[in-house]
Design a binder for this molecule. Structure first.
Ligand code: HEC
Ligand code: HEC
Length: 163
């Protein structure tokens, strides 16, 4: 009996703690997933989201500006679910801990944890048209929409599974 209880608790905490929390905000899905993959809030710390959301007019050479009300709703959502507020999720904790306290990256792909995890990829794997750039998470991580980035769910177009 004890064993069963222990196993159940362990299984529950494991599934809860892996990956990052999936996007669960309709406005975010509407406004922030039309140009690219919908990056989960738990992929960057709160200060990064604040900085990014303060300059949507110059958003990586595009204009992604919103009206005041929507911008405020989305900053609140992103900050509340940011990586440093979701430390019970394994990936969020790793990203948070990898960033220097005095740095505020606005790209997930510029965080030390991300760079470390992707340094073995060859340029051809990234530059091909099915991928384009490392920001295109869903091109290789087949379960990225669920916030799951485990090695078991990676399939690189034209190169196959990563093992
Ligand atoms: C008009 C198109 C557009 C919209 C709308 C848009 N973005 Fe972007 N976003 C871009 C482009 C272009 C890039 C740069 C992509 C690249 O370098 O491959 C980018 C990059 C990003 C990155 C950095 C990804 C990385 O490389 O780590 C984040 C984070 C991001 N956007 C968040 C948002 C959020 C949050 C919203 C909603 C408020 C949003 N974007 C809406 C065009 C857009
Ligand atoms: C070109 C394909 C590709 C793209 C695009 C890509 N990744 Fe990855 N990612 C990989 C591969 C391959 C690994 C496994 C590296 C290793 O550990 O050997 C990986 C590893 C990871 C890991 C660690 C997994 C683990 O089990 O340790 C995370 C987290 C991750 N990626 C998140 C992202 C996010 C978030 C994005 C988008 C901003 C992204 N990746 C874009 C290919 C990609």
């Amino acid at each position: 009996m004890k064993k069963i209880v222990l196993f159940t608790v362990l299984a529950a905490s494991l599934s809860f703690a892996s990956g990052v929390k999936p996007v669960d905000n309709q406005l975010y899905k509407k406004e922030c997933t039309s140009c690219h993959f919908g990056f989960q809030a738990g992929l960057l710390p709160a200060r990064s989201w604040s900085k990014l959301m303060n300059n949507l007019e110059n958003h990586f050479d595009t204009d992604a500006s919103l009206d005041k009300k929507d911008r405020k709703l989305l900053v609140d959502y992103l900050v509340k679910n940011a990586s440093d507020r979701a430390m019970n999720y394994k990936r969020s904790a790793k990203i948070t801990n990898s960033i220097y306290k005095n740095s505020t990256p606005i790209r997930i792909t510029k965080t030390p944890y991300f760079i470390r995890k992707h340094d073995e990829l060859r340029a051809n794997m990234i530059k091909q048209k099915e991928v384009g750039s490392l920001s295109n998470c869903i091109a290789c991580h087949t379960t990225a929409n669920k916030g799951i980035y485990s090695e078991r769910a990676i399939n690189i177009p034209n190169y196959g599974r990563w093992e």
